[in-house]
Design a protein around this ligand. Structure first.
Ligand code: 5GP
Length: 191
């Protein structure tokens, strides 16, 4: 999506450790017009899939997830991160290794909100190594729901998570794919 690529070039900041900061428009302060355009594009791409639920992970997936769910006229469900092993109620649980915080945490989703009748579109702000998406896919599988695919705002293609999922036959649509970025020069190259 050209508009997103232009915004990344204008406002994105490349940090050490392959981290791109886009918190002025994507995951801290939100440009709702831009997020709405992402929602519109994912609706176009997944229009024939009869999506019944958009699934994301707190906290930074929620903004884009809400806008996407609006276009599919379905609920947004977000996995909660928890450090406690004492799980409350009846939940699906998976484990995710955090790219940004370098720790492992549990994610949980209530069994009340995802069932085998659902067709799920997984959405997130970033795709790097694919750990967050793998945790969410695990939960969709535990629920016996159908996975339509994934919709990502920014994929860092050079970290390989997206291509690994595609090799497994999982549909991954990313609005911008970065093939190279350099924290010394600030250069960002798109696929
Ligand atoms: P993965 O699990 O695919 O390795 O990383 C994706 C998750 O880590 C996303 O949920 C996102 O919140 C976070 N993340 C990964 N890379 C970046 C990045 O470069 N910048 C920001 N802000 N978050 C990232």
């Amino acid at each position: 999506m050209r508009k997103l690529e232009e915004r990344i070039l204008k406002d994105g900041k490349v940090f050490k450790g392959n981290v791109l900061k886009v918190d002025s428009f994507l995951n801290h302060q939100l440009d709702v017009g831009l997020l709405s355009d992402i929602g519109k594009e994912l609706k176009r791409l997944y229009n024939d899939c009869d999506i019944t639920k958009v699934l994301t992970i707190e906290a930074s997936g929620i903004g884009v997830g809400c806008m996407v769910a609006q276009f599919f006229d379905c609920p947004l469900l977000f996995a909660k991160k928890t450090k406690t092993i004492n799980i409350k109620g009846d939940v699906y649980k998976s484990q995710v290794e955090s790219f940004t915080h370098q720790c492992v945490y549990d994610i949980i989703v209530s069994k009340d909100f995802i069932t085998s009748d659902d067709t799920v579109l997984i959405v997130d702000d970033f795709l790097a190594k694919g750990n967050a998406l793998n945790g969410l896919i695990d939960i969709v599988n535990q629920a016996g729901a159908k996975l339509a695919g994934c919709g990502i705002a920014i994929e860092k293609g050079f970290q390989g998570g997206g291509d690994k999922l595609r090799e497994q036959g999982i549909r991954v649509e990313s609005m911008a794919i970065i093939d190279k970025m350099d924290d010394a020069t600030g250069e960002i190259v798109f696929r």
